[in-house]
Ligand binder design. Structure first.
Ligand code: ZN
Ligand code: FE
Length: 254
């Protein structure tokens, strides 16, 4: 049984610390900084066996070096970013199955935010680590890839089971929520979830993980191929990836 701990880092990053007690394996996903991870491990008395990265941005890999120096952990990172992430031990690629914290994990290549971004899905644990590809009520900015690539990447994630818990790279939920409500004015489920989100944030609680089944109904970026939704938003694009691009641009300027 896997335990997942949320460590807050930088201004709004989430680092995920994974612990498999039975196998005595501890891993960390996207350590944007080392200090809070070291502090956490010291408290628990755990060694760090694995460091995992979803993509090369500094707010996700900034703690790699210090952690690898101290713990001699194995670094698992996308093969596509091997020139941008230093000292990778295990390169992972699309559709590969790797062991993370001793748990069988499927890798999805999800280009868009960066060209080599990957997400990690653990079927037995019903959880997805989505990095900066899928956020709660949002998605990553499209920096390196095309809108079409990002849309295809989100579609890969959308096919995962409804009962998947999603752990994303940032606490951007409140601002995503404002945008979602701005373009999707008549969504009862979104209204209900928005109250929960506001309540959690007012109490300083993280909004992760979130449920993928619900997300499919309320995240505007996952609904670019829903004709009724697209019409109600007032877009008249020819295809889903164009609609996605228009929604993404609207959010960039929001
Ligand atoms: Zn990023
Ligand atoms: Fe980031």
């Amino acid at each position: 049984m896997l335990e997942i701990f949320i460590i807050k880092a930088l201004s709004d990053n989430y680092i995920y610390l994974l612990r498999n007690e039975q196998k005595n394996i501890t891993s960390v996903i996207d350590p944007g900084e080392a200090k809070p991870v070291i502090k956490f491990l010291n408290n628990k008395g755990w060694h760090l066996d694995e460091v995992i990265n979803t993509h090369h941005h500094h707010d996700h890999v900034g703690g790699n070096k210090e952690l690898l120096d101290i713990y001699k952990s194995k670094l698992i990172a996308p093969s596509y970013e091997k020139d941008r992430i230093k000292n990778i031990d295990i390169l992972v690629s699309d559709n590969e199955i790797v062991n993370i914290t001793g748990i069988s994990t499927k890798v999805f290549h999800t280009p868009g935010h960066t060209l080599g971004h990957v997400c990690f899905y653990m079927p037995e644990e019903k959880c997805l680590f989505s990095g900066d590809t899928l956020f709660y009520l949002g998605c990553g900015r499209v920096f390196e890839g095309t809108m079409d690539q990002m849309w295809s990447s989100l579609l890969k994630l959308r096919t995962l089971p409804e009962d998947t818990s999603v752990y994303c790279g940032h606490e951007y939920t409140l601002s995503n929520m404002k945008f979602a409500n701005y373009i999707d004015t008549n969504n009862a489920l979104l209204n209900k979830i928005s109250l929960e989100i506001k309540n959690n944030r007012e109490n300083g609680l993280p909004t992760v993980p979130f449920n993928l089944g619900i997300e499919k109904k309320i995240n505007p970026f996952l609904r670019a191929d829903d004709d009724n939704f697209i019409k109600s938003v007032g877009l008249n694009s020819n295809n889903a990836s164009e609609s996605f691009g228009e929604i993404r641009l609207k959010k960039d300027g929001f």
